[in-house]
Design a protein around this ligand. Structure first.
Ligand code: NDP
Length: 328
């Protein structure tokens, strides 16, 4: 029987239990492409799945991991052949479909994106779902018609994965970036990524007024809750905030004042079920619009064995930038 190494999550009496074990290839789920996974990453959602802190996993046992890069081993899909390098983000991988923390994965070819030319699999996972989501946010702001000459952009959760990549992308595109962080000690790091100003996240995290002083024309929010409400209340007339995260909370204790008095827009960003054309656009832009030196600056490499511990650390806000998992 052919097996491969995997990190397997089971539902135990005390909650989610993790074990490294051999997994039978015959037990992989349905799909028309089998991929030799070379790299994955640890996103915030992976932290939630690994610890069981939120009901991300909806099938047991599960191989967690919501994204990977790797090489096609076998394919019955017309777009992919053995040897092709591919990326997968979302589509329920690591939630309802066996995921990325394993040497092999079998998925639908329709879920896969070809690795952009000039990008390595480890760079693709340094970007990962966090970076691809940051790109979706930037594309949404652009599609809304906002430009760097319109005014500053604010990025929350700045020292995290989505935040770090959003800063690098926006700065390279010419925006004046205001980075909001709870980690003052990361100011130099954020400036190296391209932040022009740093603000303390405490300025935004408490209950605020329906309308505040107009401070930015655009925003990328990875935090939600009061932070997102305050971001909206401080957005200039006609601006927009792209909201993708919930690091502070799932709630949105806001008023309609910014919408009806300043024409502000709230742009929702989902990476999991995002249609393929938009994914391809995002990955092409990531290939050309992200400085690789900055990507290296924000990336830490870990072995598969360190994934459980890193899952706990990311929920505690202790991970800076991005983490690449070498599957080996
Ligand atoms: P990270 O943990 O890397 O980044 C989150 C950052 O948010 C932290 O680094 C911290 O930044 C800040 N933060 C953490 N806790 C709080 C808090 N209580 N109050 C205010 N700020 C806080 O996670 P990711 O970048 O991987 O993901 C960010 C968010 O985006 C998550 O909520 C995730 O679920 C969501 N997400 C959504 C996607 C979608 O499809 N919509 C896809 C990918 C991610 P600092 O230390 O600088 O303050």
């Amino acid at each position: 029987m052919s097996t491969f190494k995997a990190l397997v999550a089971s539902k135990g009496e005390t909650g989610t239990e993790l074990a490294f074990r051999d997994f039978a290839e015959a037990d992989l789920m349905e799909g028309d492409v089998t991929v030799r996974v070379t790299h994955s990453t640890v996103n915030y959602k992976d932290g939630l799945a690994l610890t069981g802190r939120a009901p991300v996993v909806r099938r047991w046992p599960m191989i967690p991991g919501i994204d990977f890069a790797g090489r096609v081993e076998s394919s019955e899909h017309p777009d992919f052949k053995p040897g092709d390098l591919v990326i997968l983000n979302g589509w329920g991988t690591g939630e309802t479909h066996l995921g990325a923390y394993a040497q092999k994965s079998r998925v639908k070819g329709d879920w896969l994106v070809p690795l952009p030319e000039g990008m390595n699999p480890d760079e693709a996972m340094a970007i990962g779902t966090a970076g691809y989501t940051a790109m979706l946010c930037v594309l949404a702001l652009e599609r809304y018609g906002l430009r760097p000459t319109d005014g500053p952009v604010v990025v929350t959760g700045a020292a995290g994965g989505v935040g770090s990549i959003a800063i690098a992308l926006l700065a390279k595109a010419g925006w004046h970036v205001i980075a909001s962080t709870g980690r003052a000690e990361e100011a130099d790091y954020l400036k190296e990524l391209g932040a022009a100003e740093i603000i303390d996240r405490a300025e935004l995290s408490a209950p605020g007024r329906p309308l505040g002083k107009e401070r930015w024309i655009a925003g990328v929010d990875a935090v939600g809750s009061h932070t997102l409400a305050n971001l909206l209340s401080m957005t200039r007339y006609g601006g927009a905030i792209a909201a993708c995260g919930l690091a502070q909370g799932l709630d949105l204790p806001a008023s309609v004042a910014p919408f009806i008095l300043r024409g502000v827009a709230l742009l929702g960003i989902d990476s999991v079920m995002c249609p393929k054309p938009r994914r391809l656009e995002a990955w092409q832009r990531l290939a050309s619009g992200l400085d690789r030196d900055k990507l290296a600056l924000m990336t830490t490499l870990i072995p598969l064995a360190d994934v459980p511990e890193t899952g706990r650390a990311i929920l505690d806000g202790k991970v800076r930038g991005r983490v690449v998992v070498e599957i080996g």
